[in-house]
Write a protein that binds this ligand. Structure first.
Ligand code: T5A
Length: 207
């Protein structure tokens, strides 16, 4: 099997980071070489852009600025880290990628999907994730988990209606491409979600 590019998605507090750790532990035990990364971020420059995106309150980015900054960070991350890893035969496990842009800047902010598709082609060429796992939880469940964990950043302070649109956009994307997407119910306890996820992936990858 070629090295896989795997992305994890979902609304705030859906359990991506928790399940990413479990997935990485499982891959390590099977001797699969991988890097673990995230978006926005994943390189020093892209992490600096993440800081601007999530923690700029005085002069908050407009929807278009936010969209362009997401893709600026992605261009750096993709070329200097993701593609390098894949070319070396290393899997990439990434917490969020372009589906988050369709969900947040598209669904949430209302940026036309055509803009996002144009930037996706420009920045990524033909590179797309091989597998995208969406952890689906009701918005109120995700937000209350996120609130219990840490202080809200700029995007987390959006209202529930914004995150309903984000969730709906994620599910719409999954429905349009069932080959790539796996939708996992993120509401059961962590260990149950992990069990279901790993059983699904073991079959998919024959690992
Ligand atoms: N963004 C990102 C965009 O707008 N556009 C883009 O293109 C991209 C790439 C940063 C922000 O950037 C935005 C989206 C985001 O607003 P992020 O760092 O991934 O993205 O931030 P969050 O989604 O806020 O990450 P979270 O850490 O909040 O969510 P996770 O990773 O889904 O949740 P996790 O695993 O940290 O769990 C949160 C809490 O819930 C508990 C955990 O222990 C933790 O305390 N938990 C559970 N509790 C009960 N049952 C379960 N099954 C649980 N699973 C986890």
């Amino acid at each position: 099997m070629k090295p896989q590019f795997v992305t994890l998605e979902g609304v705030e507090g859906a359990g991506k980071s928790t399940q990413k750790s479990a997935l990485c532990h499982w891959l390590r035990a099977r001797g699969v070489p991988f890097i673990e990364t995230r978006e926005p971020g994943g390189t020093p420059l892209a992490e600096a852009i993440r800081g601007l995106l999530l923690h700029t309150d005085e002069d908050p980015p407009t929807a278009l600025t936010e969209l362009l900054l997401m893709f600026a960070a992605r261009a750096q991350h993709l070329e200097t880290r993701i593609q390098t890893a894949l070319a070396a035969g290393t899997w990439v496990i990434c917490d969020r990628f372009t589906d988050a842009t369709f969900a947040y800047q598209g669904g949430g902010r209302g940026c036309p999907w055509a803009w996002i598709e144009t930037l996706e082609s420009l920045v990524q060429g033909t590179v797309r994730p091989d597998t995208t796992i969406i952890f689906d939880v009701p918005v109120d469940v995700g937000l209350s988990r996120a609130a219990a964990r840490s202080e809200a950043d700029r995007i987390e302070r959006e209202d529930a209606v914004f995150f309903e649109r984000v969730r709906e956009a994620y599910l719409r994307r999954a429905e349009a491409d069932p080959e790539r997407f796996i939708v996992v119910d993120g509401t059961p306890p962590e260990t149950q979600v992990t069990e279901h996820l790993l059983a699904t992936l073991a079959t998919r990858w024959a690992l």
